[in-house]
Unconditional design. Structure first.
Length: 79
């Protein structure tokens, strides 16, 4: 029998796409930060906010990658 996975709402966490020296992996840059040449925009800030373009997290089990950020930045102009 497979494991039971629950979807639980209300997680309170920090999520960003800002590379730092402590990270042992590469992360893509936030397109909003890239456009404004800054590091001020974050996907989620614990106890504070969610980015208006943040659409969730995706998992790619084939690559063992559990941290793919779904972003809608500039989606209106990309149509």
């Amino acid at each position: 029998m497979g494991e039971k996975i629950m979807e639980l709402g209300g997680a309170n966490m920090d999520i960003d796409l800002i590379q730092n020296k402590k990270m042992t992996w590469k992360c893509d840059r936030c397109p909003w930060n890239e456009a404004e040449k800054t590091d001020k925009h974050k996907c989620a800030v614990k106890n504070v906010s969610l980015c208006e373009y943040f659409r969730g997290i995706k998992v790619d089990k084939s690559k063992d990658q559990w941290d793919i950020v779904l972003c809608a930045y500039l989606s209106k102009t990309n149509k």
